[in-house]
Write a protein that binds this ligand. Structure first.
Ligand code: FES
Ligand code: FES
Length: 158
């Protein structure tokens, strides 16, 4: 199979790449475009560390061929982070000690962003459910749940 030219929007900017067949979005982001916030944990769909948003929906970039994002809008943690500081989710993760080694953190924040965008006031159960595909080997999850709840309250001005 021949390489393909793929055009998509990455964090609000149009990019055009030449992708070999079955190159994953994860590999393209990390190894070709330098967007290393997207992590490469299991590379087989089991950990969630590679989560990105495609048209606002969370997707596992390790399972996503680059050609499938033709014409789509991809957002990584870099695209969520404001130029002049931190997103409230990032601040809440720091303030709630929800980061230890940090390897899961980008995927956790991306999945939490998708949750709060569609449900600004999630219950604890809804937060737990949203995180069900994202593994953390360090925190025991409670600080992460608290951080997302805290960020939701801040964003809602509560
Ligand atoms: S690296 Fe994609 S799910 Fe683990
Ligand atoms: S903070 Fe280490 S894997 Fe979550």
């Amino acid at each position: 199979m021949a390489s393909k030219i793929v055009t998509f929007t990455l964090n609000g900017r149009e990019v055009e790449v030449i992708a070999k067949p079955l190159t994953t979005l994860q590999t393209l982001l990390r190894e070709k475009l330098g967007y290393t916030a997207t992590k490469a944990g299991c590379k087989q769909g089991g950990c969630g560390s590679c989560t990105v948003l495609v048209n606002g929906a969370p997707m596992l970039s390790c399972l996503l061929p680059v050609e499938d994002v033709e014409g789509q809008a991809v957002t990584t943690l870099e695209g969520i982070t404001p130029r002049d500081g931190l997103h409230p989710l990032q601040s809440a993760f720091f303030e709630n000690y929800a980061i230890q080694c940090g390897y899961c953190t980008p995927g956790m924040i991306v999945i939490a962003k998708a949750l709060l965008d569609r449900n600004p006031s999630p219950s604890r159960e809804e937060i737990v459910d949203a995180l069900s595909g994202n593994l953390c080997r360090c925190t025991g999850y409670e600080p992460i749940i608290h951080a997302i709840d805290d960020a939701a309250r801040q964003l809602a001005g509560r």
